[in-house]
Design a protein around this ligand. Sequence first.
Ligand code: CO
Length: 201
Amino acid sequence: MDTLKHLLKNNQDWAASILESDPEFFHKLANQQHPEYLWIGCSDSRVPANQITGLAPGEVFVHRNVANVVAETDFNVLAVMQYAVDVLKVRHIIICGHYGCGGVKAAYENFRHGMIDNWLAGIRSLNREHREELAALAPEAAVNRLCELNVLAQATHVVNTSILQDAWARGQKIAIHSWIYGLTSGLITPLAPSMHGPPNE
Ligand code: CO
């Protein structure tokens, strides 16, 4: 039986290397977390939030799902958001998609993939809404454009939640950022100006 010994060994080496530079690191972190950022990203193994932003344990609260979806009916993302906003009082919410997203590609393709099609229904609607613009592009470019449109749409969903509306109404400072990550470049690009309050402000 494979007991994943190599991962446990990696973990021991990692913990030892952290303790070498800061013997109190885990003690300090065990008592409380004060992350400034909530990251909502794709589950894709190539887009690890901490690593690509250079953030240490304790610095970013993370929610990931297929195609970085923020659905107003998803208790999972809402619970994460509420905890991050109401309890942790994060200052930034980052929606980070990525080019070449398999989930977005599945939503773009015109055939069935199984249960995942239900999860991706919102992105399939987005695909229909932007059919004209997307039809003018080659398939790969169209998927990448849909990846961008998806980030912008999910950021709007974040803004529209009662969690964020209430936080802004009581004067809590939270900025929403719409980012996309390039798998081939390793670089993040902001897609729109950050939002610091309700759109009419
Ligand atoms: Co993805």
